[in-house]
Design a binder for this molecule. Structure first.
Ligand code: FES
Length: 575
């Protein structure tokens, strides 16, 4: 049996358990807060890391849910302290939450390291909060358990189900085509987000919470529980109870986040047709755990994996239905033959043990492996002279006719240029054109905003066109869909080949061959490169300037170069 920590082994013991001048100060300041030694002395101090703030729409319930986590910590003999950290509400943070993922990760890491903390419950869910919390906790190297926010209930409009993001993109095109009235649009606004919780499509948030569970960093079954369900606060309390034991067991993220766990996450992501954003986050998370993860691994492991989660945007149902159908453990039973079942989780148990009791209750929501919702793959990594570092797309969310396509480029040098032109009736564009957006990558956005689902030209929407090939170095919301080729690396802003595409150039895409090719001669591209000037950086000072200096490219995880690896940081001295 593994050795358990003793009281003297606790980090917090260094602050509170010794007898010197500094510990006098530490204890006296605990007493200043009305706490007696019986409250905290000799107990694991558990940080309940809370990504709540007054604009964190998907985490509105965290203000109360934190109390459930604390209850669990107390029940197990720990001492809970709430540590509020930066919230990244996806809808409100501009230009992009991705600009701040690493800042949140740094805040988490340094908060855990600098304070008398023995373990952490990480409360997250809205897109970037999940990878940020895990990246920070992994680098802090303390026991940690992730508490997922849970999806919101189904949206509703005129008796029809509405899914976050996905249905709004769809109905926006109908509105632009004149098929939806202002009144309808206003009613949808009131019906699409009708409870606490994260987006209830298989967007980035639900993908990342699910993959965190697959990785083993969340309690089995926890990620699928809808936020308003009474099982959710019970799960939150269970996280609180479990983390105290994890501290005594010294069970750290590094013990759970193995190469095999990441392989399992990649396979699961393909089966749920997870968000393309997950690729960037998994690469960054793996690197924090010391595991080099290349784009090729995603392509190798995803190839041939059927999409069996019938959830929008690729499928028909929503996360609430997924939960009733058995949730993530049930889905994993369907692909268990592809997974490494020896991987362990925060309970210390194996995936095999988790799946032993899981069952699928609805074969239409969670399909049989031989009855997938799409024969198209959930993910493809393309390479070619336009993207030497790779780029990604989600074939299952594209119209099949576009998976092998050649067409003339229509290039926009930035988002504003695209927005000003896309609805013009005189725009010279056909359904065969390939829309190209430049300067929307990690540095160009900055923060690689989710602009990759470029709006279709209005004149084509009116003609009934609903998909076109679109290429950019930006990302795409996990709730989006279409033949969108994303994450082109290196990005155009730093002189990647995407910077040298011009309107009229022919671009060839062949998803099956994993190919993307710009038909232009080397000589011509050389001339364009020689004449190219780097655009002006948008953040001349502050965090944005630091970000520009240290951000890595999409295929490398978009972490800061000084965060992703390096020697272990020693415990802070107390003097
Ligand atoms: Fe928060 Fe989608 S906006 S999860």
């Amino acid at each position: 049996m593994a050795k358990r920590k003793t009281l003297e082994d606790l980090r917090s013991h260094r602050w509170f358990g010794v007898s010197d001048l500094r510990s006098f100060g530490h204890r006296s300041r605990m007493k200043q807060m009305g706490l007696a030694p019986i409250d905290f002395a000799g107990k694991p101090v558990i940080a309940v890391v809370n990504t709540w703030n007054g604009l964190a729409h998907c985490h509105a319930h965290f203000k109360n849910r934190v109390e459930d986590v604390k209850r669990g910590v107390l029940e197990s003999g720990g001492f809970p302290v709430e540590i509020p950290v930066m919230a990244l509400p996806e809808n409100f943070v501009k230009p992009s939450t991705m600009l701040y993922r690493n800042l949140l990760a740094m805040e988490v890491e340094e908060s855990l390291r600098s304070l008398p903390i023995d373990g952490a419950v990480l409360m997250g869910g809205c897109d970037k909060t999940t990878p940020a919390l895990l990246m920070g906790a992994t680098s802090a190297a303390l026991p940690a358990i992730y508490m997922p926010a849970g999806p919101m209930l189904r949206g509703n409009w005129h008796g029809q189900i509405l899914g976050s993001g996905s249905d709004i993109w769809k109905y926006w095109d109908e509105k632009r085509a004149g098929n939806i009235s202002e009144v309808d649009w206003g009613e949808m606004e009131a019906g699409i987000a009708r409870s606490d919780g994260i987006c209830m499509t298989m967007g980035t948030a639900s993908t990342m919470t699910a993959l965190t569970e697959v990785l083993g960093m969340a309690l089995p079954g926890s990620s699928s529980i809808p936020a308003p369900d009474a099982n959710h606060p019970r799960m939150a309390a269970a996280c609180g109870r479990r983390i105290v034991e994890m501290v005594w067991e010294d069970l750290n993220p590094i013990d759970i986040l193995t190469a095999g766990a990441f392989d399992n996450a990649i396979i699961a992501s393909a089966a749920i047709a997870g968000s393309t954003n997950a690729i960037i986050h998994l690469v960054a998370m793996a690197r924090r755990a010391g595991i080099p993860l290349a784009l090729e691994r995603f392509d190798q492991l995803s190839a041939g994996i059927p999409v069996i989660a019938n959830i929008r945007p690729s499928g028909k149902y929503l996360m609430e239905d997924f939960y009733y159908a058995g949730g993530l453990p049930a889905l994993l039973t369907r692909i268990s033959g592809l997974l490494d079942l020896t991987q362990r989780n925060v309970l210390g148990t194996t995936l095999r043990e988790t799946l032993a009791t899981a069952r699928v209750w609805n074969d239409d929501v969670i399909r049989q492996i031989d009855n997938p919702i799409s024969s198209a793959e959930g993910l493809a990594v393309l390479r070619g002279n336009l993207a030497p570092g790779g780029c990604v797309m989600k074939p299952s969310a594209a119209q099949p006719r576009l998976l092998k396509h050649s067409g003339p480029a229509l290039v926009f040098s930035d988002y504003n240029e695209m927005a000003a032109a896309i609805d013009r009736d005189d725009l010279d564009v056909t359904p065969d054109h390939v829309l190209v957006l430049q300067n929307a990558g990690p540095q160009g956005g900055p923060g690689m905003p989710e602009w990759g689902m470029l709006p279709l030209p209005k004149k084509l929407v009116r003609q009934g066109v609903r998909d076109m090939v679109r290429i950019s170095d930006s990302r795409m919301s996990g709730t989006s869909y279409g033949a969108c080729i994303l994450h082109v690396a290196p990005e155009s802003f730093i002189g990647g080949p995407l910077a040298f595409v011009r309107t009229g150039d022919v671009i060839e895409v062949d998803v099956r061959a994993r190919k993307i090719h710009l038909h232009a001669s080397e000589e011509e591209l050389g001339r364009r490169k020689a004449a190219w000037q780097k655009p002006v950086q948008k953040y001349p000072r502050g965090y944005g300037a630091m970000y520009a200096r240290h951000i890595t490219q999409a295929n490398e995880g978009c972490d800061f170069d000084f965060l992703e690896s390096g020697p272990v940081i020693p415990e802070p001295e107390i003097h």
